[in-house]
Design a protein around this ligand. Structure first.
Ligand SMILES: NC(=O)c1ccc[n+]([C@@H]2O[C@H](COP(=O)([O-])OP(=O)(O)OC[C@H]3O[C@@H](n4cnc5c(N)ncnc54)[C@H](O)[C@@H]3O)[C@@H](O)[C@H]2O)c1
Length: 259
């Protein structure tokens, strides 16, 4: 199927690698126009240029979503490049894992500035245009950390719980304006972030094997498997899906314990 996102002008954050990059590729296959944002300018430029060469409608900007003024400007710039934004994917996020009592103020701020405030900065910047246009759709990439806790990963799950709360809140607030706000909750996905996580253990291979063992299907997700769900949630194929969360974790979060 193609053209499922034709007419969507999408502001996508964290697009330079991992899940965001897979989402960008899937969205382009479905004929969306994209405005890509990432704070890693080199990586973003390399990936975005490759898209442009195939003739897709893509523009990009290196920016930090934690900076509200920059994001307001970026949304204005996006409108000039691909047309007024009618869809937002808040994907950019950072792992900040510590012991609660050892969490520094800097770690706390970095975690919430990006994972929560950054997403809000983007929502705040696109909502007025969506309301003016009579509708829109927002997708927040949360995590199974939005409703479960893995010890020693503080304060990341707190920010993801709050992101889910923001999803519900904005979904209710803006439903009368024809704006849907949903979240997607991946479990483990094979990106650099997860490799870095395994590498934080004394025996990374053992940590990886343990992650696989925890999963009912013995494997974790690929970024493309998350992107397929994002296409559906941004498309007009689920017009009454609002203020909710779709979990994609191979069944990990519903099991009481591994077999
Ligand atoms: N990988 C997983 O297992 C997993 C699981 C659940 C949820 N998630 C969530 O999915 C999203 C993407 O994760 P990923 O694994 O692809 O990560 P990743 O680290 O591979 O990619 C994240 C991208 O976001 C960008 N970014 C980070 N902070 C930014 C900022 N302040 N402004 C702009 N760009 C910024 C980075 O430069 C990077 O390119 C995150 O929100 C993450 O919390 C990931």
């Amino acid at each position: 199927m193609t053209g499922r996102l034709a007419g969507k002008r999408i502001f996508l954050t964290g697009a330079a690698q991992g899940i965001g990059l897979a989402i960008a590729k899937a969205f382009l296959r479905e004929e969306a126009a994209l405005f890509l944002v990432d704070r890693d300018s080199d990586l973003l430029e390399r990936e975005a240029k490759a898209f442009g060469e195939s003739g897709e409608k893509v523009a990009w900007l290196a920016a930090d979503i934690a900076d509200a003024a920059t994001i307001t400007g970026a949304v204005r710039q996006a409108a000039g490049k691909i047309g007024s934004i009618n869809a937002l994917v808040n994907n950019a996020g950072v792992n900040v894992f510590a012991e609660p009592l050892e969490t520094s103020d800097e770690e706390w701020s970095r975690c919430f500035d990006v994972n929560l405030k950054g997403a809000w900065n983007c929502c705040k910047a696109v909502l007025p245009g969506m309301m003016e246009a009579g509708g829109g759709v927002i997708l927040n990439i949360a995590s199974t950390h939005a409703f479960t806790i893995i010890p020693h990963t503080f304060p990341y799950p707190l920010a993801k719980h709050a992101l889910l709360g923001m999803t519900k809140s904005l979904g209710l607030e803006y439903a009368p304006r024809n704006i849907r706000v949903n979240a997607l909750a991946p479990g483990y996905v094979s990106t650099q972030k997860v490799i870095d996580y395994w590498n934080s253990f004394p025996d990374p291979e053992a940590a990886k094997a343990e992650t696989m063992r925890l999963h009912p299907g013995g494997r974790i997700a690929s970024p493309e498997e998350i992107a397929m769900a994002a296409v559906f949630m941004i498309s007009d194929e689920c017009p009454f899906m609002n203020a909710t969360c779709l979990t994609i974790d191979g069944g990990l979060s519903v099991q009481q314990h591994p077999a």
